[in-house]
Each structure stands twice: as structure tokens, then as C-alpha cells.
Design a protein around this ligand. Structure first.
Ligand code: PMP
Length: 414
């Protein structure tokens, strides 16, 4: 018998949208078109309800209480660590530090891993397309140690010059850094290849995964990097949640960054000893309800599956790019062969901020500005761009409404 080809699965975007309460609202009397997902994503009801339920029924501090509520809260918080570990295929849950987001994750590596070993003449390698969170912490620790921060170049299409990045992996480089996905251009960087080259040279690699985890399955073991930072609020979770995954050998060798409660074994004035990883990096009361929400966000991704998400988002990206190319005088920044659904653009003769304000009046939320990527703006010779960043709950109809709004705004400004 001939095997029947499996029919293509249809992504039921309307059913998905029904899970996101905020998407039903209007802005300035117009239906909301939310295209600012790279800034922060919207949250499904299951995330909001999980947090609500936590505060209504389970709220207590973690790790400190032996009572029932304390146990429930601790189980929920530690459960989030398990889920995140599985989400990025970390070899062990103990290698996941729960943080407030990528900014904290990278600063932890900067101050606890990099700074103690850095000396004059050392280099930290990053790239021109990075978010400031993957530049400024390196500059701060370089300034304290006499080290230098170098940035690998990109080309006009917004692709990393990988050959050049690899050529810059000289013996002075003590840490290499790269974004998995650019928050401005959508470019997907070849992290596996970079990691392979770093390993050959014994250089540890940090990957900023903030813009990757909302769109694609991440497997830190397959990537072969040393550190991977994520932010929860861009992946359907609450603000103030995130994580750092790092190889155990690094975490064992790193001194604590914040000191305080919950990160110690024993405190004495003649010598304090610290908790095992990951707890030695988690001083103080964490964002417990936030991680309860992030657990629910991961469940939500699991319920859809990244295959379906990726296929739909790539269709949206192709459609939005095609429609934007119809707008006279519109220039797209970032045309890498591999992209996530982020489109930066400018309209000839118009200020990005004026356009964003006028688009908002049409109900369209996009971001304008430098997107925390000054060096990238300097590379393109522009002070700012507009950025439409899409999520799997966006639709072709929203892209159509966006283009209609853009044409209106263009008329007003020309
Ligand atoms: N890196 C990238 C690529 C980002 O897009 C962002 C958020 N805009 C960050 C880092 C910082 O994330 P957070 O502010 O959530 O820590």
C-alpha cells in the first residue's frame, strides 16, 4: 500500500489568539496590531492565571519554610528550573541559575567569571550587532582590568562576518560572545560553527539567547557553547524572569556575585562557606510568582510545538517582507539568509519616532529608536530605525492593516 503523505498541519492562529486576552483590546479606537514582540511578548491567560493562583493559594517564601505553603512555593520555583533546563536541553538542572533576565545573566558572567581572571592585554570578543547587554558589561569589566573589548564586523545584509569573527579568536581572547538572534535585524548567527571554532582554541563562548528562545528550539548541548542567557518576558513569561545556563565546571569555579540569604552553607565572621550551585548564585528572595508564570509559558510553547510556531512565523516574515517592499521609499535593514520575524526599516524622508507615533494612532505598536544597539546604528549610519517584530499569534490580516497604516502615515509625512 502506498504511504499517504501527511497533510500539512494548519496553524489555527485564531484559536491561539483567543488564549491572549490583551490581543482583543483596541488602541486609539483601532484594533490593536501588536508588532513589538522583540521588546516584550504578550502573555497567554494560562501564564496570568498561574501567577494569580500562586498568590491566591500557595504564596510563601522558598527554601526557608518547612510549612506546607513553603513547600508548595519551593516546589513550584524549583519546578521552573526543571522546565527551563529541559526547554534548552541543559545537561543538568543544577547548571541553571534563575535570574531577572539576560541583563543580569550576562552581568553575572562578567563579574563572577570574567573579571577575576582578566588582566591587561586580554580581550573579550563580541560583535557589532549586539544588544548593549552584550557589550556594556564587558566594557565595565575591561575598564577595571585593563582588558580590551573587540567587536567582529557584519556585512550590509546584517550577517556576521564569521570568517573575521574566527580570525579574531586570538590567544588574547579570554571570552567570546555572540547573540544567537539579533534583536534589531532578526539575523540568526551560526552559533554551532562559532562554538566549534572557540572549542578548538580553548576559548569559552557566551551566547545571548534572548531573541532565539521565543522562536526556535534551543539545545545548548548541541550548540556547544559555555554560557547561554535567556529572558523570560520575551518568551510569554513575566518581566523580571530569566536564566543563565553555564557548564558546571565554570559555575563551580565562579565566586558568588551577590551575597545574602539562601546562598550560604554557613556564615561565620572567620569564614563563610557557600551553597552548592545553582543556589550560590541566587541570593535573596527570588521572583517566585514570576517563575511560576514562566513555567506556564513553557507549557504553552510545549502545547503548540516549535515546528508549528516556526513554520507560521516564517510565513509571516516572508509575507511582511514582501508587503513592506511595496511601500515606496522603504528600506529594510537586515536581509540575512536566516532570520527570525524581526524587520527593521526606515522610510525615506521620515523620522522613525514620528512614524511610530503616527502608527500608534492607527493602533499599530512598533518600536522606534536605537533598540539598545548603538554600534549597529553607527554601522548603518542612522540614529534610529523602526522595528516590527512578530510573534506566532500575529496574522496576515494584521500585516495588511500595518501596511495600510504605513501608507497613510507616509502620505501625512510626505
Ligand atoms: N539581549 C537581547 C538580544 C535583547 O533583545 C534584550 C532585550 N531587549 C536583552 C539582551 C536584555 O534583556 P533584559 O532587559 O530582559 O534583561
Amino acid at each position: 500500500m502506498n504511504a499517504q503523505p501527511t497533510p500539512p498541519t494548519v496553524f489555527d492562529v485564531q484559536r491561539v489568539r483567543a488564549d491572549f486576552p490583551l490581543l482583543t483590546r483596541s488602541v486609539h479606537g483601532k484594533p490593536l496590531v501588536y508588532f513589538d514582540n522583540a521588546n516584550t511578548s504578550q502573555k497567554p491567560a494560562s501564564v496570568i492565571e498561574a501567577m494569580d493562583e500562586h498568590y491566591r493559594r500557595h504564596n510563601a517564601n522558598v527554601a526557608r519554610a518547612v510549612h506546607q505553603l513553603g513547600e508548595e512555593s519551593t516546589a513550584a520555583y524549583e519546578g521552573a528550573r526543571d522546565k527551563l533546563a529541559r526547554f534548552i536541553n541543559a545537561p543538568s538542572r543544577d547548571e541553571l541559575i534563575l535570574t531577572s533576565g539576560t541583563t543580569q545573566s550576562i552581568n553575572l558572567v562578567a563579574y563572577s567569571y570574567a573579571l577575576p581572571g582578566l588582566k591587561s592585554g586580554d580581550t573579550i570578543l563580541t560583535t557589532v550587532m549586539e544588544h548593549h547587554a552584550n557589550i556594556v558589561p564587558w566594557q565595565l569589566v575591561a575598564a577595571r582590568s585593563g582588558a580590551t573589548v573587540k567587536a567582529a564586523p557584519i556585512d550590509e545584509r546584517g550577517e556576521l562576518d564569521v570568517e573575521q569573527y574566527i580570525a579574531m579568536l586570538t590567544p588574547e581572547v579570554k571570552l567570546a560572545c555572540v547573540a544567537h538572534v539579533s534583536n534589531v535585524l532578526g539575523t540568526v548567527n551560526p552559533v554551532r560553527e562559532i562554538a566549534r571554532e572557540c572549542r578548538k582554541r580553548g576559548i569559552p563562548l557566551l551566547v545571548d539567547g534572548s531573541q532565539a528562545v521565543p522562536h526556535r528550539p534551543v539545545d545548548v548541548q548541541a550548540l556547544g557553547c559555555d554560557f547561554y542567557a535567556v529572558t523570560g518576558h520575551k518568551m510569554l513569561g513575566p518581566t523580571g524572569t530569566g536564566a543563565l545556563w553555564a557548564k558546571r565546571e565554570h559555575l563551580e569555579a565562579m565566586p558568588p556575585f551577590f551575597g545574602g540569604g539562601d546562598m550560604i552553607r554557613e556564615v561565620r565572621f572567620n569564614g563563610t562557606t557557600f551553597a552548592d550551585v545553582p543556589h550560590k548564585f541566587e541570593a535573596g528572595t527570588p521572583n517566585i510568582a514570576g517563575f511560576v508564570g514562566l513555567s506556564a509559558a513553557i507549557d504553552y510553547y510545549d502545547s503548540l510545538g516549535f515546528e508549528a510556531i516556526h513554520t507560521w512565523e516564517q510565513q509571516l516574515l516572508a509575507y511582511a517582507t514582501e508587503r513592506l517592499r511595496e511601500v515606496p521609499g522603504l528600506r529594510i535593514f537586515g536581509e540575512a539568509a536566516q532570520k527570525e520575524p524581526v524587520i527593521s526599516f526606515l522610510l525615506e524622508g521620515a523620522q522613525a519616532s514620528d512614524m511610530a507615533t503616527l502608527l500608534d494612532l492607527q493602533g499599530v505598536a512598533v518600536r522606534s529608536g536605537h533598540h539598545c544597539a548603538h554600534p549597529l546604528m553607527q554601522f548603518y549610519g542612522v540614529p534610529a530605525t523602526l522595528r516590527a517584530s512578530l510573534a506566532f499569534y500575529n496574522t496576515r490580516e494584521e500585516i495588511d492593516a500595518f501596511v495600510v497604516a504605513l501608507l497613510k502615515v507616509r502620505k501625512l509625512l510626505m
